[in-house]
Design a protein around this ligand. Structure first.
Ligand SMILES: O=P(O)(O)OC[C@H]1O[C@H](OP(=O)(O)OP(=O)(O)O)[C@H](O)[C@@H]1O
Ligand SMILES: Nc1nc2[nH]cnc2c(=O)[nH]1
Length: 182
């Protein structure tokens, strides 16, 4: 098993780059069919989703738009449940087919807090696509339409996800090593 050290913690490989890329292509294939002739607007939630959104978007063969917005509710290895900022939502969502792109849904709090703001603008449809979902960690149930990988309730890094700023550049996804779980 490959491990990486970020700050004071060790992480073990969990999903290889090939496994992730295959899943991203599969999700794009589903979206190509679902949104054929509909010109959806993808909204990627920064920072974590930048890599997923970029790879997924390259596989889309339909007419599609993308915007990036910033929300943050997470610090260190435990969710603080704080929504810090919501910057960059400048598109008019009225009557649009909107697809939210997340790297991970953990407690569900981030999207639970944010979805009402989107619904307020009366999109024609609103779907949620997340690469990773920690079903066991759910505290705020939200309707997720497509999940790449259902994962255990362990802190993960890589492929856009960070541990205190580091690890976003890793091509693989890593799990916090057993010995470092508090
Ligand atoms: O379901 P939740 O418990 O709310 O956790 C999920 C959120 O946590 C991550 O973002 P984070 O706040 O870590 O910001 P970042 O993407 O900028 O690192 C992720 O991108 C989600 O937005
Ligand atoms: N890096 C990282 N960010 C998260 N945000 C919510 N859950 C997680 C997680 O497991 N890892």
């Amino acid at each position: 098993m490959t491990t990486v050290k970020l700050h004071d913690k060790t992480f073990d490989t969990y999903l290889s780059s090939e496994t992730i890329q295959q899943k991203v292509a599969e999700l794009a294939g589903i979206l190509n069919k679902e949104y054929a002739d509909r010109r959806p607007l993808f909204i990627a939630i920064l920072n974590g989703s930048f890599m997923f959104a970029s790879d997924l978007f390259k596989h889309l063969t339909i007419d599609a738009e993308i915007s990036f917005i910033k929300l943050a509710s997470y610090r260190g290895t435990k969710s603080t449940g704080r929504i810090i900022t919501a910057i960059g939502l400048e598109d008019d969502l009225f009557d649009r087919d909107v697809v939210i792109l997340e790297d991970i849904v953990d407690t569900g709090r981030t999207l639970h807090e944010f979805l009402p703001k989107l619904h307020h603008q009366q999109p024609k449809s609103l779907k949620i696509v997340t690469l990773l979902h920690k079903a066991e960690a759910t505290q705020f149930p939200i309707p997720i339409d497509h999940v790449g990988f259902s994962i255990p309730d362990k802190f993960v890094v890589g492929y856009g996800l960070d541990y205190d700023g580091l690890g976003r550049n890793l091509k693989e996804i890593y799990q916090l090593a057993e010995k470092d779980i508090e």
